[in-house]
Design a protein around this ligand. Structure first.
Ligand code: ADP
Ligand code: SF4
Ligand code: MG
Length: 390
């Protein structure tokens, strides 16, 4: 790799998260709606962090803000409020050449390998395109040609593919070109927004394996957005679950998938295919979510999920729950699925087989961990495990 392709980076001793978002809110101006709102809140106080060499899965139904968050992390959208820290620096405070240099460090792989490649450019030109903006990275024609050959090889294409046009490649090969283009600037983070959803199943596996191999070779971190939960389970180290502009649960992939705490996560995961043959996993009932996702122009008061939550109580309209962390909730919860230990306040209505049945979900939907969740929703715990009534 060319010397000039390597950016000055902070030392390994400075090991905070590579990228973090704290309280990130992003609104868009829209035409006035029936409730008189002219601003749509696409992101509302989002917190997340991405470690070095880690894959963070981002899941949630369409319209929950995944792509908007991706654009903020790519420094393409400036948040209204909140903080982004990239390697300890606020990249939105940078200007001009400094900002341009910073942008190299985070690149994107697009969803549609058919639409995202210019049909009039050869594979070599497409891969070399980022160097037109970032001229100093690859200043000479010979360096560019050599690096294109390296990148083709890295993504499993042949040197002879360099002069072919996108329409001469299969969907999987086109996505490999897209990945090579994303790698051209030697990024530390690649945001993959539904990178395999336009591909056949067998090709999906090949592209996912390529992304995993590249991560092992290059140490690159991924923010991996997908509506396909089995894909996220396959690639992600940690998962953040979004609902209507908020991260409602996050944690290690296995905890989020197998031991979800938030009723929305539980419903999403109950629909995800699993290879886990344990009786607990196999006996898991599918929870059908009823109703539509409310409009982000006019989100419900209190908990945004309350209009679809089988466990909603009156207080859910008044109190906004804190996001839950699967696996290590509030640092004080050690309860398992079989033995929830979180204190639950007396005046919070408990979910019962009857209330779940009334919600049309059947008695099988009642999971003891949701009792735990309900307590957490309304009464976050202090360090001693006591509920905080704020
Ligand atoms: N530029 C924009 N102007 C107005 N509304 C937008 C814009 N971009 C996204 N939105 C809205 O923000 C919400 C989140 O969108 P998006 O981030 O694309 O969700 P997802 O990727 O999860 O499907 C949606 O309601 C969408 O219509
Ligand atoms: S129990 Fe209440 S606060 Fe918790 S997810 Fe359901 S509606 Fe939201
Ligand atoms: Mg999207």
């Amino acid at each position: 790799m060319s010397e000039t392709a390597t950016l000055p980076r902070r030392s390994a001793a400075d090991r905070g998260p590579l990228l973090s978002a704290t309280g990130v809110t992003k609104t868009f101006r829209v035409a006035r709606n029936s409730s008189g709102n002219t601003r749509l809140t696409a992101l509302d106080g989002v917190d997340l962090r991405l470690g070095r060499g880690e894959t963070l899965g981002l899941v949630g139904e369409s319209g929950c803000g995944k792509s908007t968050l991706a654009r903020v992390l790519l420094l393409l959208e400036r948040p209204d409020s909140g903080e982004i820290r990239f390697d300890g620096v606020d990249p939105f405070a940078l200007k001009g050449r400094e900002l341009l240099a910073w942008r190299r460090r985070v690149q994107m792989v697009f969803q549609d390998p058919y639409a995202s490649l210019n049909a009039r450019m050869t594979a070599a030109d497409i891969i070399a395109e980022p160097w037109r903006t970032h001229r100093d990275v690859m200043p000479t024609a010979s360096a560019r040609a050599a690096r294109v050959r390296e990148l083709l090889d890295l993504v499993g294409l042949r040197e002879g593919d360099a002069e072919r046009y996108p329409q001469e490649f299969s969907g999987g090969q086109r996505q490999r070109i897209g990945i090579a283009r994303a790698l051209a600037l030697d990024p530390e983070i690649i945001v993959c927004d539904e990178p395999v959803s336009a591909l056949d199943l067998s090709v999906q596996a090949q592209v996912l394996n390529l992304l995993t191999d590249l991560q092992q070779q290059l140490g690159v971190s991924y923010v991996f957005i997908s509506h396909d939960l089995s894909v996220v389970r396959h690639v992600a180290d940690r998962v953040s679950v979004m609902y209507l502009g908020k991260v409602i649960e996050q944690g290690p992939t296995e905890d989020v998938f197998d031991r979800p705490l938030h009723p929305y996560t539980a419903a999403l995961m109950s629909a995800a295919p699993t290879l886990d043959r344990s009786p607990a996993a196999q006996g898991r009932k599918r929870i059908l979510l009823e109703g539509e996702v409310p409009s982000p122009l006019n989100p419900p008061s209190g908990c945004r999920f309350r209009t679809r939550c089988p466990y909603a109580a009156a207080r859910c309209a008044e109190v906004e729950p804190a996001p839950v962390v699967a696996g290590s909730v509030s640092g004080s919860v050690s309860g398992s699925v079989d033995s929830p230990t979180t204190p639950v306040a007396d005046d919070v209505e408990q979910p019962t087989a009857t209330s779940a049945a009334a919600a049309g979900l059947g008695s099988a939907a009642v999971n003891p961990r949701h009792v735990e969740h309900l307590g957490l929703c309304h009464f976050p715990l202090d360090a001693s495990g006591a509920p905080i009534h704020s």
